[in-house]
Design a protein. Structure first.
Length: 203
């Protein structure tokens, strides 16, 4: 049975690649360089393996618990992606623009999908959506809003600003697991993704 309490600790800075901002981290959930124990903690495997390029999903969310549960749902569902996380809207814009700490596209690849929370510090999800749709190279980026709100005004505003989908975060982990599976099946495996480019060169 999946143990969700207490929450598993995040990998340390020596175990994951980080951007200059503390809030960003990258964890390739399917990498053979990591193994997972029964408590869903991550530990490095001593052997060196070649890495296979995987599709990247960017998650913009400031709630550590929601991020942890989403990672566990992806793992439980066997979703084979690199899950990158930024902790607010300003970092999401910097990542997508390839700015500052995120300039190296080999380390911080352009995502095929953005999972976007609305209520975030500094720059909220609506502002991120507005910015994305104003950028020539990013306006086609697939953006799925994933938030705690189900207010009609928030739903309408998100679609008006160009969201591709609007999902309310489930209260139950089993429902989150089902949502993650459906999200993966359609947006990552079935849907044909547009070309996106921040306009910046790879390092």
């Amino acid at each position: 049975m999946l143990d969700l309490s207490p929450a598993s600790p995040e990998p340390t800075s020596s175990q994951v690649s980080r951007g200059a901002r503390l809030g960003f981290y990258h964890l390739d959930l399917k990498s053979p360089e990591w193994k997972m124990d029964s408590a869903l903690n991550y530990w490095p495997v001593a052997e060196t393996f070649s890495m296979v390029a995987r599709k990247t999903v960017l998650v913009a969310d400031d709630d550590l618990n929601d991020i942890s549960l989403l990672k566990r749902a992806f793992l439980k569902a066997g979703i084979d992606v690199s899950l990158n996380v930024v902790r607010d809207g300003a970092e999401a814009i910097q990542y997508l623009d390839g700015d500052n700490a995120f300039a190296d596209r080999n380390a911080f690849p352009m995502p095929m999908l953005l999972l976007l929370d609305l209520k975030m510090p500094r720059t909220n999800g609506f502002e991120v959506l507005k910015w994305v749709r104003s950028q020539d190279g990013l306006r086609r980026l697939l953006v799925v809003v994933m938030t705690n709100s189900d207010e009609p005004r928030d739903i309408d505003r998100a679609y008006d600003l160009g969201a591709n989908s609007f999902l309310k975060k489930p209260d139950d982990f089993s429902d989150l697991l089902k949502m993650s599976e459906k999200l993966h099946e359609y947006w990552i495996e079935t849907n044909l993704c547009p070309t996106c480019n921040s306009g910046r060169r790879q390092s």
